[in-house]
Ligand binder design. Structure first.
Ligand code: 3SL
Length: 241
């Protein structure tokens, strides 16, 4: 298995697709998606465009849908939810489809949606993603960070490193064997350095600081945990996990 890390959706090659592509948005879209599915949500359907989200979700029975959206970290007016995983309780989401649009995370998922296998990963469901990769043994894996409006984000890179690091450890392979590109090796190095203080790293990250200004410390704490949810968000049809 060769793992290629791309720091933003824009950096992914456009002339090829890997056997398996993984979108990461630790703060907070993929953490929220994993939480919704672990809490019994029927599915998560992603949109980059809010008008399209409204149009598609209108056709869904109101008692079986929730609309979630964030722009600049704040909830979209008129939606039931923003993008905080902490709001996604089983009482609220069980049996419902979450129609969600976020600034960067949903864009990353849409960018990779043509790969044969598409997953959403965060630190909280890292072990479930690693288990799946070890079972399926795809030859080529892309881990795509959502970043922030086209630029690098620490939290997505550390999650990519956490996935690659765990695969290396469990298969006893070398960095050269697993690393499809230099980004993978640097992501593993970042994770190795910070694995015992991931919350500390999220505090350093620019988007972590943005969320702290929005009083979302509890979200940072929640999203910095590793392997707490045994859930594999896997694409069923384009844009639906
Ligand atoms: O950019 C995104 O997709 C979001 O996850 C950002 S936020 O954490 O909800 O502000």
């Amino acid at each position: 298995m060769k793992i290629f890390v791309y720091h933003t959706p824009e950096l992914t090659p456009t002339d090829t697709v890997p056997e398996c592509a993984i979108a990461v948005d630790v703060l907070r879209a993929t953490s929220t998606m994993a939480t919704v599915l672990a809490a019994g949500g029927e599915a998560v359907q992603v949109f980059s465009d809010l008008n399209q989200l409204m149009e598609v979700s209108e056709k869904w029975p109101p008692e079986k849908r929730l609309r979630a959206g964030e722009r600049g970290g704040a909830k979209v007016a008129g939606f039931e939810l923003g993008n905080s995983p902490l709001d996604c309780t089983p009482e609220l989401v069980a049996g419902k489809r979450l129609f969600i649009s976020t600034t960067n995370g949903t864009r990353a998922l849409q960018r990779i949606q043509n790969a044969p296998i598409v997953l959403a990963a965060a630190l909280i469901n890292r072990a479930a993603v690693v288990k799946f990769l070890l079972e399926q043994q795809p030859e080529t894996v892309w881990i795509v960070g959502s970043g922030w409006e086209g630029s690098y984000s620490l939290e997505d890179t550390v999650c990519a490193g956490a996935i690659a690091h765990s695969i290396c450890q469990q298969t006893n392979c070398s960095l050269a064997e697993i690393g499809g590109n230099d980004e993978t090796i640097s992501a593993i190095a970042l994770y190795s350095q910070w694995q015992n203080d991931l919350l500390g790293l999220l505090h350093q990250a620019s988007h972590g600081q943005r969320l702290l200004r929005l009083e979302c410390l509890e979200d940072l704490k929640y999203c910095s945990q590793t392997d707490t949810l045994d859930i594999l968000p896997i694409q069923q049809e384009p844009g639906v996990l």
